[in-house]
Ligand binder design. Sequence first.
Ligand code: FAD
Length: 557
Amino acid sequence: MITAKTLKLSIKSLRDFAKKCLPEETLLDLDQRDECPLDIVRHMCDPDQLGIQLLFIPEDCGGFGGGAFDVYCVCEEMARIDLGIATAVLATFLGSDPITVGATPEQKKYWLSRIAQEGLLFAYGATEPEAGSDLGALRTTADRVMQDGKVVGYKITGNKQWISNGGVADAYSVLANAPAGPCWFVVEKGAKGFHHDEPEDKHGIRLSNTAALSFDNVYVDADRLLGGVEGQGLIQAQLVFGYTRLMVAAFGLGAGWSAVDRAIPYSTKRIQAGAPLSEKQGYTHKLIVPHVARLEAARAYIEETAERIDAGEGSLNTEGAIAKYMATESGNGAAEAAIQAFGGYGYTREYMVEKIKRDVRITTIYEGTSEIMEMTISRDRWQLHLKTRGQHYHEQAKKFEALHLEHSNVGADVAALALHALAEVMEKARIARLTRYQHILLRLGELIAYAECAGSLSRRAALAAENKLNEKSNRRFDATALAALAQIFAREAALKVAEDGLRWIAGAGGVSSAEIATFETSLGLPAIHRAQVGLISDMDYIADVLYGRVAKAQRAA
Ligand SMILES: Cc1cc2nc3c(=O)[nH]c(=O)nc-3n(C[C@H](O)[C@H](O)[C@H](O)COP(=O)(O)OP(=O)(O)OC[C@H]3O[C@@H](n4cnc5c(N)ncnc54)[C@H](O)[C@@H]3O)c2cc1C
């Protein structure tokens, strides 16, 4: 267990370390030279130095036994520093996951203690040239080596692609097909027949080493088969997705905020047409405020999911997918807008926003692409829709209507409109059997993510008003600002669900031209349009908060 105080101290040490060892010039230089700063990564994982990996190692293996919430906080902070270095640390988190969920007690003790005490760097070897999103297509094999009728070891043969830490790790978790099905093995560097390629020349995260691996009859003892039973590999991989996708979600959040936090001060100094850009509404309300609302909606969802994982609610794969989808898409959007916010400077390599934009792009690809997230979300919630005879999201909406009676300013009523509209869209899709179109299924995934995140941000704003936020929760915004953000995002979500929903249902032939007006009413479109009233003044307020104008006015009063 990690206390809020310890977590705060760990984050402060990380920040101090970055300030000292990774100033912007160093990061830009390493990026330009396409170099992974291995000494820095090793320092971060050295238990006598930063020992960042101790956070997720259980206490009985020499770590601090941190939970999902702690890991999210640290991942966000690492991403704010550099997403490539964060990925190097993440690879050890990922590489040890098959151990955490699937290994025998002895294997767990052996490997996790070594990661804690020796700072072993791990890599996670799942992807192959022919098996990316569809891991079931993997071709790497693990043939049994028999002695006296007993399995004494395995010979691994195959190729892995785009493996983070691939060229620098001390040990590798490798997914391979044994006779009884896929399983995870640990292969140590230097094993005979094991090779890694030169690092990939990547678009972004150039401080992270990414390499292809090849295995040519690499022998491992039978005790390197994690869990000791063949065929459990894909199940073990599934078991940690909720948790690992939350980490990547935190990366999207941290990188997105890192870009916004550069655009804000820049715009206070850049004078155009006689005044700083920060005073131009057409600038702040396009390039800053909506991105902040989306990032904070993603944060609300991440925090709720992390709390639920820590409370033992299971692996929460769908929630992990929603968190990852919203945070990484929002992080990308924020970084893209930050380039625009810097104008021509943002387009040059001298400015960090250009690097952040290239870096954050990976978060919508690794640990499951955005399209795979849409599919995961949609399939799961579709089942809920069917099981509840279309009532799941109507029931959720009622909870937000009740919340609105207690907190009238947190956008709960508008989140409820989004959820009711979502239920109607899904029901129309059911009646017209539209999920036979894959595009409709995936678009539903997006709408579900927006509606659920709107609900989370409303709930978070209400908790803040009651002073009941998790003590580890991010406190950048007070209750009033969170309420304004929740209203901004709920309006966007409701409009998106209803209008995009209408578009895709009509587009796929789910309603005829004659039925459109009735469908619009059932979606609550008039109410959703009325809910947009007040949007600009909430955006003005958030701009004032971000630029310290609210605090200044309060001090003056
Ligand atoms: C820098 C970097 C680091 C990485 N690190 C690791 C690592 O450490 N360990 C590891 O195992 N892997 C790692 N990966 C691999 C990463 O997880 C995969 O790239 C990712 O899962 C996507 O697989 P793919 O590249 O084969 O794309 P594909 O699966 O071929 O997908 C290509 C496109 O098609 C879409 N698509 C795929 N399937 C469907 C479908 N059924 N329906 C509709 N659309 C679909 C995808 O969303 C994507 O847009 C890394 C990749 C990169 C680039």
